[in-house]
Design a protein around this ligand. Sequence first.
Ligand SMILES: [Cu+2]
Length: 165
Amino acid sequence: MFVSKKIKFISVIASILLLFSAVKVDAQEAKIGKIKIEGAYTRSTVAGQKSAAGFMKLIDQGSSDQLIGASSTIAEDVQLHTMSMEGDVMRMRQVNNIDLPANSQIEFKPGGLHLMFVGIKSPLVAGSEIKVKLKFAKAGEVDVNFPVTASSGQTSMSHDHMKMK
Ligand SMILES: [Cu+2]
């Protein structure tokens, strides 16, 4: 009785440790030239969901550059999107590039700038990772791992492209 309780306790500790190590893995970092990419992630999708958003922080530690494109084998297209309020409607807009002023930080986050994975080939599963290639005008190309986090079920960032202008 006591022993099985102890084993249970140990397995709880082990799963907590696993949880922490999983969180650690989530802290994705990549670097190309003077540009650092931190905290990249995307969210799990449900069957039939054709698009999803990717988030990250771009840190430019040198002269100015531009993010000019992205691609991934998991989607037909990876677009650069801005999101803003127009009146009381959230609108997404595709842009061709995103400026990185010298020594700046640009954050891609829910409700703002994001990568848009369009035409997802199979559902993104929480706990897995997808690889995304980012293309910068000066620094060149870099592969970044985007861990897939569990979708909160919230649809605050649901990408209903029917509403796109
Ligand atoms: Cu979008």
